[in-house]
Ligand binder design. Sequence first.
Ligand SMILES: Cc1cc2nc3c(=O)[nH]c(=O)nc-3n(C[C@H](O)[C@H](O)[C@H](O)COP(=O)(O)OP(=O)(O)OC[C@H]3O[C@@H](n4cnc5c(N)ncnc54)[C@H](O)[C@@H]3O)c2cc1C
Ligand SMILES: Cc1ncc(C[n+]2csc(CCOP(=O)(O)OP(=O)(O)O)c2C)c(N)n1
Ligand SMILES: [Mg+2]
Length: 574
Amino acid sequence: MAKRVAELLVDVLAEAGVRRIYGVSGDSLNGITDSIRTRKQIEWVHTRHEEAAAFAAGAEAHLTGKLAVCAGSCGPGNLHLINGLYDCHRSRVPVLAIAAQIPSNEIGSGYFQETHPEHLFAQCSHYCELVSQPSQMPRVLEIAMQTAISKRGVAVVAIPGDVAMRDAVDQARRLHFPEAMPAVCPSDDELHILADLLNRSKKITILGGAGCAGAHHELIELAGKLKAPIVHAMRGKEFIEYDNPFDVGMTGLLGFSSGYHAMLSCEVLLMIGTDFPYQQFYPKDATIVQIDVRGEQIGRRSKVDFGFVGDTRTTLKALLSKLKQNEYEAHLKESVEHYRKARKSLEDLATPSAGDQAIHPQYVARVLDQLATDDAVFTCDVGTPTIWAARYLTMNGKRRIIGSFTHGSMANALPQAIGAQASHPGRQVISMSGDGGFAMLMGDLLTLGQHQLPVKIVVFRNDSLAFVELEMKAAGILDFATGLRNPDFAKIAAGAGLLGLRAETSDDVKPMIAQVLEHAGPALVEVPVSRQELSMPPAITLEQAKGFSLFMMRAVLSGRGDEIIDLARVNLLR
Ligand SMILES: Cc1cc2nc3c(=O)[nH]c(=O)nc-3n(C[C@H](O)[C@H](O)[C@H](O)COP(=O)(O)OP(=O)(O)OC[C@H]3O[C@@H](n4cnc5c(N)ncnc54)[C@H](O)[C@@H]3O)c2cc1C
Ligand SMILES: Cc1ncc(C[n+]2csc(CCOP(=O)(O)OP(=O)(O)O)c2C)c(N)n1
Ligand SMILES: [Mg+2]
């Protein structure tokens, strides 16, 4: 008997190693979910919102580097995927979305639930095509998969429910090869130019990012030869920060003053595998060199004097033998010392509060860092949880951090934790959730019970959209539209079948986080934390405040305000 198109689709995915599909069912998807039902290799992970399904698939792809899949039914069903898919696409993780479509003979009639996925998903995918007849399968599916994998990002296959139910006509596969892993390297001439420049320079700073994954050894050797401090961009944290004597922290508004200064005080800035987006933080006078595997990334964020196309590991391996040992040590020493001080000052803020005073969120993050397992996966919501994750989580080469760092969408942490846990059942997965972000996709708390996913959730409850309040302050605007009247999250968690705890004082933080982490099933602890933890400079005058937002873009939130004052003097009183 001939296979149906839906069965062929599921078989091709299974053969390619796909083990689960995240989504919400619906009639146009029935052929596909029915085929999943009859096949053992692929699990249907039933989320409560398609956006959560897309975020979950993205987290799986981030952790495995392999294709992950989500699906939505026609019209509103797949429309709900969109924000999560934007996140996956912009984070360059390979995700295939199956967007079911209305009956093929109704397309163009304004039919019930009609949308045009080819248009809707165009901006958040490398490839988006409609399967309008069985003979297109499995070719369209295979092109979509290959595109998502090789271009790193999203591919969408839109398929009407009736086409999925028809007999497949061409069942031959095309992809009979393992994933291509090319070694991309600048030419010999280019390597000589680069080596020559570096050999002539004394004060070199490296800015590394996510593109340094898999090249830790080479990066450290490079920094040793160049005597260069290494600053990292947020997405590079998990790959760069650990076992790194050259580490001087992150730059950017949420970074460390040491990262900021190491970038501004160098003669040569060597950018490697990073797309750090904030132009204001790049040095104006230094010579800037950028290495990226994608040529189109070079020069996007700052003027670049030398651009090289290559993957980090191959390029550094080829470069290292051409480099002389830099004997100038002062730049590195000063930067590392600055980092030590900045680190110490941030550690001082991560302390328990006395009695029933508001709990510092830094302390919560610090305790979480101390108690989490060696190979924990952390997800952090956009908002202040991103700050606490950036500053207080210690990486070790095994731990991972996932956020919505490029797309910057709220409510990412819980659904990303779902994907991380579903794909890595043995690992501890911790969602650092904001109270705003958590409530936004709270329905997917139920997915933890439904699939018995033992995710641990820490809700940073500040009864506000605190990050936005911070932005308002920085812009000199009064807080408005940011207060949250919150429910008892611990009770909501308990109602959903989780262990639900609520800390009252700093004394509760450690034992409760420990209890949650040790609990066998899913668990949540809400911690009421102070609302405005990052103090602004106290001595800013009205006159100075006019330039405050401009200046803030150049400054680093040290957490105390003192660092900002220094920069404010420099920038505002000039
Ligand atoms: C609320 C909020 C605040 C934030 N504040 C900060 C902040 O203060 N500081 C900060 O750093 N970030 C911050 N971010 C994150 C920021 O928006 C960026 O996402 C992040 O800085 C980018 O990190 P990246 O350059 O490592 O990664 P990406 O943007 O992913 O760039 C990676 C680059 O590496 C290249 N690449 C990939 N693979 C390879 C390879 N094998 N070889 C060579 N090149 C390769 C890619 O082509 C790409 O150009 C914040 C995010 C949020 C949500
Ligand atoms: C979907 C979406 N809506 C709005 C925003 C703008 N925004 C950025 S951070 C933030 C506040 C997040 O609040 P919460 O989750 O409570 O974290 P907090 O900063 O309070 O710790 C908002 C509204 C966004 N990034 N994404
Ligand atoms: Mg909040």
